[in-house]
Design a protein around this ligand. Structure first.
Ligand code: NAG
Ligand code: NAG
Ligand code: NAG
Length: 348
């Protein structure tokens, strides 16, 4: 009976939205295994990955760069830090790909990725975090979207929503501590970022910094510090939610450090902050304004009772939801069991 009601709800919701979200598969990545072993069981479920990666490389990466990346692939440990080099080596082995092929999608900061991230505080002081990840290659990425519980000694250390074959993180929850998402800040040519990613050992790919911070930081404030003061290969927005009142912020980060940190602040009525892909003090272009519709949907929802479903509705407002949206996530580090992700299927 309950299942039937659930099904009806799902049908109703999808009728309303003209779109039926699906549930991404869930995996455990055991951090007690060697780096090379950690992802084997995951990528073996995606034998189509090498062909997908080839398609992306052919379309977007100039031949010269490919051969260069192939060459450094063999010296991956010199170019990429642990655990990423080892994990990528394991993925390449499991799928019989060259190291270069496995490296490229992991350091390719962004062809055209647009996103929306929101951190909100409800009247009881719970912190919520919601995001859509929009990307080119939408159909491909929808097919490889997964939820991963990273575990040590059988316990979840953090959970990410990600793509099979990708070892950095763009959406993550550390239970009882914080949640982080990364949105693209479009500065610089993507191939420049690729080169910086390879050759500047001081500069981390921004998705590696998300995972490193999640591993190392104990709480919201230390995570904000680590995200703000670590050199990244590109400029980026980090959106972060904590577990206590006031713990929510958008960090506008340049390569070297944070340019601006924008906190939720209920004393001035700012119970949420919403970031798409433009500096929050700048008006978004009319050709891509997902910010104002998002803000409107948040204000319509209000802060009295925030739930997974109410945030899902905000994330389903068009054009916050659009044909390039690959997945949606709602998280709350203080209520970690609520983490829910959906693969989105709005047609072009
Ligand atoms: C792995 O790839 C190489 C080169 O593309 C090929 O010669 C070999 O047969 C492949 N091995 C397997 C097990 O698919
Ligand atoms: C995604 O998966 C579906 C179902 O398996 C398949 O029909 C489709 O071709 C896949 N799309 C891409 C771009 O790989
Ligand atoms: C709830 O929202 C109102 C505006 O609608 C705001 O003034 C108030 O500060 C918010 N409360 C909290 C706890 O954030």
């Amino acid at each position: 009976m309950a299942a039937l009601r659930c099904l009806c709800m799902l049908v109703l919701v999808s009728l309303c939205l003209g779109e039926t979200p699906t549930v991404p598969p869930k995996y455990v990545v055991d951090l007690d295994l060697t780096e090379e072993q950690r992802w084997t069981h995951v990528v073996k479920d995606y034998p189509e990955l090498p062909e997908m990666i080839q398609t992306v490389i052919k379309k977007y990466v100039p031949d010269d760069l490919v051969s260069m990346v192939e060459q450094i692939g063999s010296a991956i440990d010199d170019y990429l830090p642990s655990p990423y080099a080892g994990e990528i080596r394991g993925i390449a082995k499991a799928l019989n790909m060259t190291l270069g092929e496995a490296v490229i999608p992991n350091i390719l900061y962004d062809l055209t990725s647009f996103c929306t991230s929101i951190v909100a505080q409800d009247l009881s002081g719970n912190i919520w975090h919601a995001r859509n990840l929009d990307y080119s290659f939408t159909d491909m990425l929808r097919n490889i979207t997964i939820i991963v519980d990273f575990q040590r000694q059988g316990k979840i250390v953090y959970s990410g929503v990600t793509y099979a074959g990708y070892v950095g993180l763009l959406s993550v929850q550390k239970p009882g501590a914080f949640t982080i998402t990364a949105d693209e800040r479009d500065k610089g040519a993507w191939w420049m970022n690729l080169l910086i990613g390879i050759f500047d050992k001081q500069a981390k790919p921004m998705s590696f910094l998300v995972r490193d911070t999640t591993e190392q930081a104990e709480d919201f404030q230390s995570a904000v510090r680590q995200l703000s003061y670590t050199v990244t290969e590109a400029s980026v927005y980090y959106i972060i939610g904590g577990v206590k009142k006031g713990e929510g912020a958008v960090i506008t980060k340049e390569r070297l450090s944070a340019l601006d940190t924008w906190y939720i602040d209920s004393t001035v009525g700012r119970w949420f902050v919403l970031e798409t892909n433009y500096d929050h003090w700048v008006t978004p272009p009319t050709s891509d304004d997902r910010r104002d519709p998002g803000i409107k949907a948040m204000n319509a929802m209000g802060n009295k009772t925030i739930t997974v479903n109410s945030l899902f509705k905000v994330l389903s407002t068009q054009p916050v939801l659009n044909p390039t949206t690959t997945y949606s996530v709602v998280m709350s580090a203080g209520q970690p069991d609520l983490l829910t992700a959906w693969v989105r299927h709005l047609a072009h």
